[in-house]
Design a protein around this ligand. Structure first.
Ligand code: AMP
Length: 423
């Protein structure tokens, strides 16, 4: 009997898995430089945290959560997103009683029971950043800029930034009512009609052509912003312009989560087909109170690591050699012939690793041919060949696998010599 990974999930395997680690590092490098600290929360939480924090009316909560009872009968849910957990952790540990804003970043698996397709998985990876406890357009702009820098750090040039404001508790209710009135006049199916009452903004996000056609004249939130929201949004836009970050105003941009207010944004990549969002976020001033905390106006984003990888693939940015092989995991590969040489090689690769040179060696008692094949396959730059005769002479053959050039180096010097060559 053989097992397969569950539908909608996949495995990251070497050497590509090294590249996904590098993507993740690059995406969070800008926030780490900006004073955001690392937070790690549990992969599962009390189901109510997401029901309240993400919103009962969202697709995530109503259709996509992996919810299960534990052995004591508690209802737990595998996290579908990171923000609710981060806010829960901040409130639980009173981080908001210290310096504000509290700036945090996270990285980890998310779980959503979605219709699986390319770029849309049931288990996927996000990195996220949240700044909690300050209402300041500069903070919104900072996060947008840092997200854009993460993509730029990877060399991506095809990421576009879409920007909108969703208003706040002053202006949103009137807009919501105007939108509901408009939507009620349309020819929609029952499910969509039901949505008009619970989450009318989501109807704007409907992708079906027959619905889209009817939405052409829908009222737009930008036309209903109160003076404070308008001024706030203008300031965010002018800071982005000053920072040289290009954006497109998208008055129809809404997001699937209930807790967003004011600034909303999405990073999209046109090389990804229908699943084009590589990241998104916005301001969520009401979330803390929805979770029983004090008012804590906050802003954050989550970037999709798997989708960013696909975007890099689409732009041909993933490094590899001419055969498309990803770079090797080690710089040096040891090939030893005979038991004494193998013992010496075991110690030598360890010495190399301690000296900061990545190294592997042939295992399993292979002959010279098999071991050299292993050296080639490893992607290492250098092979170290140690036979009984070399050992007797206290020397080792260093072969540059890119040029096939081979030189003999005394064993006592080989660590230093290789250190010089691989740096
Ligand atoms: P969200 O939490 O829905 O705002 O998503 C933020 C980012 O996570 C999106 O822009 C995607 O890049 C990524 N993402 C969301 N859902 C999935 C999924 N099912 N599979 C892969 N990536 C996803």
């Amino acid at each position: 009997m053989s097992f397969q990974a569950p539908k909608g999930t996949f495995d990251w395997l070497p050497p590509r898995s090294e590249q996904i680690l590098a993507v993740r590092e690059a995406l969070v490098a800008p926030v780490r430089r900006a004073g955001y600290g690392y937070v790690e929360t549990p992969v599962f939480e009390d189901t109510q945290l997401f029901a309240r924090g993400v919103g009962e009316s969202t697709d995530i909560v109503s259709k996509e959560m992996y919810t299960f009872p534990d052995k004591a009968g508690r209802s737990l849910t595998l996290r579908p997103e990171g923000t609710a957990s981060v806010v829960r952790a901040v409130l639980q540990h009173g981080l908001h009683n210290g310096q504000l804003p509290v700036k945090l970043w996270y990285s980890g698996s998310q779980f959503r029971y979605e219709r699986a397709q390319k770029g849309r998985y049931r288990h996927f990876w996000q990195v996220g950043a949240e700044a909690l406890g300050a209402e300041d357009p500069a903070l919104d702009a900072e996060l947008v800029v840092l997200g854009a820098e993460g993509f730029a750090e990877l060399g991506l040039t095809g990421v576009r930034l879409l920007l909108n404001s969703l208003g706040d508790k002053v202006c949103r209710p009137a807009y919501r009512a105007a939108l509901q009135e408009f939507l009620r006049g349309l020819d929609l199916d029952d499910d969509t009609r039901a949505r008009i009452d619970i989450n009318p903004l989501r109807v704007l996000d409907d992708k079906r052509p027959e619905v889209r056609a009817q939405l052409a004249g829908a009222p737009l939130v930008v036309d209903h912003l109160c003076a404070a929201c308008k001024a706030y949004h203008e300031e965010v836009r002018s800071l982005l312009t000053a920072a040289g970050v290009a954006y497109e105003d998208d008055p129809r941009l809404v997001r699937g989560l209930d807790y967003y207010t004011r600034t909303t944004f999405e990073f999209v990549h046109d090389g990804l087909g229908s699943q084009s969002a590589v990241g998104g976020g916005g301001r969520y001033d009401g979330l803390s109170e929805m979770l029983g905390g004090p008012p804590l106006p906050s802003v954050g984003w989550a970037l999709g690591v798997d989708r960013t990888f696909l975007a890099m693939e689409a732009e041909g940015l993933l490094s590899g050699d001419e055969q498309g092989r990803a770079p090797g995991l080690v710089q040096v590969y040891g090939v030893a012939l005979g038991d004494d040489a193998r013992r010496r090689m075991f110690l030598l690769v360890d010495e190399l690793r301690r000296a900061g040179v990545s190294a592997d060696m042939a295992f399993g008692g292979k002959g010279l041919k098999g071991a050299m094949k292993g050296a080639d396959r490893s992607g290492a730059r250098f092979a170290l060949i140690l036979g009984e005769r070399d050992l007797a002479a206290q020397a080792v053959q260093v072969k540059d696998l890119t040029t096939a050039e081979q030189t003999e180096v005394p064993l006592a010097q080989v660590v230093d010599v290789l250190k010089g060559k691989v740096q």
